[in-house]
Design a binder for this molecule. Sequence first.
Ligand code: NDP
Length: 298
Amino acid sequence: MSSQQKQQKQQKQSVTVIGLGPMGTAMTEAFLAAGHRVTVWNRTAAKADGLVAKGAERAATVEEALAANELVVLSLTDYDAMYAILGPAVTALRGRVLVNLSSDTPERAREAAAWAARHGAEHLTGGVQVPPSGIGQPESSTFYSGPREVFEAHKETLGVITGADYRGTDPGLAALYYQIMMDIFWTAMTGYLHAVAVAEAHGITAEEFLPYASSTAASLPNFMAFYTPRLDAGQHDGDVDKLAMGTASVDHIVHTTRDAGVDAALPEAVLSLFKRGLDRGFGADSFTSLTRVFKNGG
Ligand code: NDP
């Protein structure tokens, strides 16, 4: 290491990373590449070997990892893993800033923030929006929430991992934004896979279908932009998008699916939702009135 690199390392905030799955490993590599000193700990210690070879320092115990740095990044499967690791080491938590980049629910994030506070630590919730390959890219984004001053104090260092999108003080917010985006991702991708299954049942390959699937997906942001002000105003006037018309359309999908010998559980679930909207008297309204079905559980 040149003296210039050594000097750069001393100036940058040092970090502890606990959890060396694909994400924690990529994060550690990004910190090292940006000239930060990194102390690592992982339940399966051997996963740190490659990182130690690249310059990370291995902590022998969780307590040692916590003692090494104020800023502690957690990249674990879920919050249970955090309690399993930090629960026996709570006395070492005082004065630490836990940046929890493990996925879980908003409620669990709020509980964890209160738990950390009881042990004298700050908690920033994070929701990383990219896979490991996106770590270290400033155009990638991670949601953060928790105390604003704690985020402000560490945002530059956290910016090494990805761009930072601070959502507010409620510790649940970062997890919430993450989950509502995953809500769209999983339902949309499940719809896509279902359509592929119906296409394949007719001998149409995924490749042949791709331009059509892509054009449908690409039209969605326009629909969202059109409906956003109406949704915010609670306005569900129906025009060419009446729920009754949508119900007939979904019914055709159910039958097309069944005729193809493909499992129809997915469009049947959608049809059931639309019918509940009809039962509530929303047939002449826009299909956006489904939000009223969701919110009232009706
Ligand atoms: P992994 O599940 O591969 O990493 C898990 C880490 O958690 C490992 O270090 C593992 O330790 C540790 N761990 C799990 N359970 C326990 C336990 N009971 N006690 C101690 N340690 C435990 O996840 P990733 O690295 O892929 O992801 C980390 C987080 O980032 C997850 O919450 C994930 O949802 C989120 N995320 C992941 C993305 C991805 O594409 N991978 C994308 C966006 C978010 P050990 O090595 O010993 O098993």
